[in-house]
Design a protein around this ligand. Structure first.
Ligand code: CP
Ligand code: NVA
Length: 294
């Protein structure tokens, strides 16, 4: 089994990962040998703090090993992707990759006999969404009746969050500028759950929301569009004026661009749970690794 997107996972399977992560977080010692002798290859085309460090530490704390591979210093830059993967999978028990194209992950999964995890692509960031769900469950006591607003770019983080929320019964309203809406593929995948609302009006999205979530306006790989994006997204900043007198929980996958998609005041407010959210990457990825190694 691979973990490239939440699209094909049943709500029951997502719930199992979250529940296991809660036990792991409570009793880390119980899992200190759970990945004994196992190696996770961690292949990166893009930079990372949280994904790299949480995966590497997850393996160490479970008695296994995380092997960091910067794409540019490997012969993935020279050989065919399928050939390099067919070698890598002979050395390791599981592979996590952060790439530009989701298609490359699909090629890796096709040619690897060991599980492949999406550590972020231009289309999805499913590990982030698992940590988001764990954080929501901890802070809100469950998923039923929770309303989340995502304000900003209909990007990879937004896509995985839509799939995660809709499948777990969280109402999600997404406010983006015109032309930056989430992909129709994601929107149609969650239609049957009837939990997603799309709007161009950020005030409308955050109205009565328990949680307000945002992410960068310029994702890795979009640097050439930076100037244009900073202008288009300006009215979508999560700031005190947008929130009015409400005090929803504030979520952000990080890294945050202070003064752009979110102000210091909101990010540093007592309602901000961004660092708990970042910590939860560790716990939930341990659960994911153990499920995939099973
Ligand atoms: N949220 C997240 O994936 O952070 P990094 O890009 O630092 O891994
Ligand atoms: N949307 C961002 C997320 C970073 C964790 C990006 O892809 O750069």
């Amino acid at each position: 089994m691979d973990f490239l997107t939440l699209k094909y996972l049943k709500p029951k399977n997502i719930e199992e990962i979250i529940d296991l992560s809660i036990d792991i977080k409570k009793n880390p010692e119980k899992y200190s040998q759970a990945a004994k002798g196992k190696t996770l290859a961690m292949l990166f085309q893009k930079t990372s703090t949280r994904t790299r460090c949480s995966f590497e530490t997850a393996m160490t704390q479970m008695g296994g090993h995380g092997q960091y591979l910067d794409w540019r210093t490997t012969n993935f830059t020279l050989g065919a992707l399928r050939d390099e993967i067919r070698c890598l999978e002979r050395y390791v028990d599981i592979i996590m990759a952060r790439v530009y194209k989701q298609k490359d992950l699909e090629v890796m999964a096709l040619f690897s006999r060991v599980p492949v995890i999406n550590g972020l692509s231009d289309m999805y960031h499913p590990c982030q969404a698992l940590a988001d769900l764990l954080t929501i469950k901890e802070k809100m006591g469950g998923f039923d009746g929770v309303k989340l607003a995502f304000v900003g770019d209909g990007n990879n983080v937004c896509h995985s969050l839509i799939l995660a929320c809709a499948k777990m019964g969280i109402k999600i309203s997404v406010a983006t500028p015109a032309g930056y809406e989430p992909s129709p593929e994601v929107v149609s995948a969650v239609k049957k759950y009837n939990k997603l609302t799309l709007t161009h009006n950020p005030k409308e999205a955050v109205n009565a929301a328990d949680i307000v979530y945002t992410d960068t306006w310029v994702s890795m790989g979009q640097e050439a569009e930076k100037e244009k994006r900073l202008k288009v997204f300006r009215p979508y900043q999560v700031n005190r004026d947008l929130l009015g007198s409400s005090n929803p929980l504030i979520m952000h996958c990080l890294p945050a661009h202070r003064g752009y998609e979110i102000t210091d005041e909101v990010l540093d407010s007592p309602y901000s749970v961004v660092f708990d959210q970042a910590e939860n990457r560790l716990h939930v990825q341990k659960a994911l690794i153990l499920k995939l190694l099973q």
